[in-house]
Design a binder for this molecule. Structure first.
Ligand SMILES: Cc1cc2nc3c(=O)[nH]c(=O)nc-3n(C[C@H](O)[C@H](O)[C@H](O)COP(=O)(O)O)c2cc1C
Length: 259
């Protein structure tokens, strides 16, 4: 294979790392990155012989802005590996939703994988899948990439034969309107890295403290990137969910593949 196109939405970077490891396993000579995280507009046409589409799981579904941005792409029959990354709770209907979406957009889905990444709500005091994907996950992701190549035996790619977990209609998206990160102006150094990291443009370009709660998807990109720790979640609902996940989702879940 010459070129693989890596198509991803990854506010805190775990999905991107997983997708890169899958690509490593494919042994593609060249890579094309199509970053849907911060690109709200027009995307380059997909050039790869094969595509890898990776999205994180938000409330058992795909993040809405990622779906909207994927809608702007066309697969044109291109063999495609789909990947979801979740925070060690569950991926519910997200992989099925990604399969349906990619097929509707003309991608030929050949294999599917669900991997674990550090939960966006994980903190030092209350870790949830902290440090994942780790070495083992990345090795698994590479193996998954290599095994996906077997779907092209004889030169023609065969479509995904296995059913992926999930139900239609998909579970309802859980929204927490208005909830946004807290901001400590005393700590902020105005480096504006949070503004650049926000996938929905919810933070005012010249004022890191001005966060639009309607646009915020609570992805934690701004929290995790802030070198001064000026942002955090202090909302009770989020803290409650995080405490529950820390307590009940500590047992290690491992990657799953479907061919
Ligand atoms: C709003 C929101 C909802 C989430 N819902 C789930 C979920 O339903 N199940 C789960 O296991 N992880 C869930 N997560 C955790 C993410 O799927 C996980 O942290 C993922 O690795 C983030 O990917 P990224 O690093 O590419 O942003 C959620 C995270 C956020 C921000």
């Amino acid at each position: 294979m010459n070129t693989a196109s890596l198509i991803f939405f990854s506010p805190t970077g775990t999905t991107l790392r997983t997708v890169e490891a899958v690509c490593e396993g494919l042994g593609a000579e060249k890579r094309q990155w199509i970053d849907l995280t911060r690109n709200h507009g027009v995307h380059d046409p997909i050039r790869g012989d094969l595509a890898i589409v990776g999205l994180p799981v938000h409330s058992g579904r795909l993040p809405q802005p990622a779906v909207a941005r994927l809608e702007g792409l066309r697969g044109e029959g291109r063999p495609t590996i789909i990947v979801v990354v979740y925070g060690n709770r569950a991926y519910d209907d997200a992989l099925l939703e990604l399969e349906d979406l990619c097929e509707r957009k003309g991608f030929l889905v050949v294999s599917a994988g669900a991997f674990v990444g550090e939960h966006s709500y994980s903190t030092q005091d209350r870790p949830i899948a902290a440090g994942r994907p780790d070495k083992l996950d990345l090795e698994e992701a590479m193996r998954f990439g290599a095994r996906s190549l077997a779907k092209s035996a004889g030169g023609a790619w065969s479509p995904l034969a296995a059913s992926v977990p999930g139900k239609r209609p998909y579970k309802e998206s859980r929204s927490m309107p208005g909830i946004k990160p807290a901001f400590d102006a005393k700590l902020c150094t105005k480096c504006l890295s949070c503004v650049a990291a926000c996938p929905t443009g919810a933070i005012a370009a010249d004022d890191p403290g001005a966060i639009d709660g309607r646009a915020c998807i609570r992805c934690a990109a701004c929290i995790k990137i802030c070198p001064a720790r000026a942002k955090s979640f202090d909302d009770e609902k989020i803290l409650e969910v995080a405490a529950f996940l820390h307590e009940h989702c500590a047992a290690r879940k491992t990657p799953e593949y479907f061919f």
